[in-house]
Design a protein around this ligand. Sequence first.
Ligand SMILES: Cc1cc2nc3c(=O)[nH]c(=O)nc-3n(C[C@H](O)[C@H](O)[C@H](O)COP(=O)(O)O)c2cc1C
Length: 211
Amino acid sequence: MSPAAARAGATAVLHLPDEPPTDPWELVAAWLPDDEDPVRPTMTLATLDGGVPDARTVLLSGWSRDGFLLHTDARSRKAAQLAADPAVALVMHLAADAHQLVVQGRAEPAGAEADRAAYARRSPYLQQLAWQNTDEFATLPLDDRRSAWAGFAAAHADGFAPAPSWIGYRVVPHRLAFWQGDPATASRRLEYARHADTRGGDGWTVTRRAG
Ligand SMILES: Cc1cc2nc3c(=O)[nH]c(=O)nc-3n(C[C@H](O)[C@H](O)[C@H](O)COP(=O)(O)O)c2cc1C
């Protein structure tokens, strides 16, 4: 269940704490739904197209302390862009909670296990879409697209195997900015920037910023 759904009926907004946690993943866990929640947050994925910004909406497939997962078609423009330059930004607007999470990071392959799990959690419609969503299909007249869609569904009534072009990316963040809106006062952000800690691991610098 999403945090928003869990609080349905309650008037309280989930506010950023006055004393921010040192670990940004604590806030991610409070803000984002479980991976099993069928209602997936959407996010804007920004990539670089030969140095020129490009962007589109994708679903957040899941997250862990290693990063944020998204899935797409290996033949897509974004996949070619990420192969050339893995630098990305993500923007999640969680409107029901007056939250925005902005992430800067690098995209790496999610791995076969994460890809399989994400495909299994997609709806039958989205599983089928992963098979048929090609530029060639998009050129067909509407009646042909509908009959090809119905025919494919009927031929796979027992379910869909993962589409061969299904691939996933894990966005490993180096900056996270948690924006909190509040009609009773000014919006504000907590910004986390990754740094190497004294033991050679990762730590986070937290800064309070204007919204
Ligand atoms: C609400 C919404 C969710 C979407 N989710 C995805 C997604 O999870 N993965 C994906 O590849 N495309 C998704 N799309 C389609 C993309 O926005 C985009 O049109 C498509 O991936 C092609 O992008 P590209 O040409 O930049 O690679 C979604 C679109 C909308 C409107």
